[in-house]
Design a protein around this ligand. Structure first.
Ligand SMILES: NC(=O)c1ccc[n+]([C@@H]2O[C@H](COP(=O)([O-])OP(=O)(O)OC[C@H]3O[C@@H](n4cnc5c(N)ncnc54)[C@H](OP(=O)(O)O)[C@@H]3O)[C@@H](O)[C@H]2O)c1
Length: 251
């Protein structure tokens, strides 16, 4: 199957590492060009050096209201077009509802929630017919994760915003979807496991909940995301796609 990604241009926020980077790797391998964003100039430099001339880095925080316009401008200036965006960002800190503070809620809302809404809203309106947005969310859209109050509180709302935006942009031929990673072996997941104080036990407990019996590889997520972004998925819009090895207990 041809994903028809050659020469298309995608913004990938949180693109220097983890799930964003894995998606950028796949997009570029399929012939697309990418504008990667993130807060660390150094990790963006490393990522763009590894990806080669079809990647361009922009230091930008998803929480900054100026970020969407800067990324659209960078894509147009550098590559002369924009076909879509993957919106990824660092995950919120761990903790139960009973101890997460107002300040933590406010910070996570600005970055994880409003940052994604603003990027999807602003970039989505700039996309041509055939354009595609994909939001990196979490299995917490459908089922709560223990000790992840912020994710459980914010992601389901974002999923419904994405669904609503799919209704609004659909008549212009622009698609909007979400991806729900379960446990994919990125640095964040390694940090979450280590943060329990016993990474091996945490990993064993998580593996027991995954029918495929392993963590996903970042490239397995990247392929699913690249497909959703690509014209090959031209009649797929408004869906929340789990990439979780069968972990979620709901359809
Ligand atoms: N991996 C999984 O299995 C999994 C499961 C469920 C949900 N998720 C969610 O998926 C998202 C990506 O996860 P990941 O595993 O790829 O995380 P990761 O390895 O921590 O990568 C996150 C990337 O986002 C960038 N970033 C962080 N904060 C940002 C901000 N405010 N603005 C712009 N870029 C920012 C980081 O670079 P800088 O620090 O340089 O900005 C980094 O490149 C997270 O929201 C996570 O909660 C992941």
């Amino acid at each position: 199957m041809d994903l028809d990604l050659a020469d298309r241009v995608y913004v990938v926020t949180g693109g220097a590492r983890g799930l964003g980077r894995a998606t950028a790797d796949c997009l570029v391998a399929e012939g697309a060009r990418v504008v990667l964003s993130g807060r660390s100039e150094e990790s963006l430099r490393e990522a763009t050096a590894a990806l080669g001339e079809r990647a361009h880095g922009v230091v930008a925080d998803n929480a900054d209201p100026a970020t969407p316009a800067r990324l659209v401008e960078a894509a147009r200036e550098r590559w002369g077009r924009l076909d879509g965006a993957l919106v990824s960002v660092g995950g919120p800190p761990k903790g139960p509802v009973t101890s997460i503070t107002d300040e933590q809620w406010t910070t996570a809302f600005a970055t994880v929630f409003l940052g994604a809404v603003r990027l999807a809203r602003e970039i989505g309106q700039q996309l041509p017919e055939g354009g595609s947005l994909a939001l990196v969310l979490s299995s917490s859209v459908k089922a709560p994760l223990a000790q992840m109050a912020l994710s459980n509180g914010l992601r389901p709302g974002l999923a419904m915003v994405a669904k609503t935006l799919a209704d609004e942009l659909g008549p212009r031929g622009v698609r909007v979807n979400g991806l729900l990673p379960g446990r994919v072996a990125t640095e964040r997941v390694a940090e979450l496991d280590a943060g329990t104080g016993d990474a091996e036990s945490a990993r064993r407990a998580a593996l027991a909940t995954i029918p495929l019996g392993r963590y996903g590889e970042p490239e397995e997520f990247g392929r699913a995301a690249a497909f959703l972004l690509s014209p090959a998925a031209s009649f797929v819009s408004g869906v929340m796609l789990p990439v979780d090895g069968g972990m979620l207990r709901s359809l």
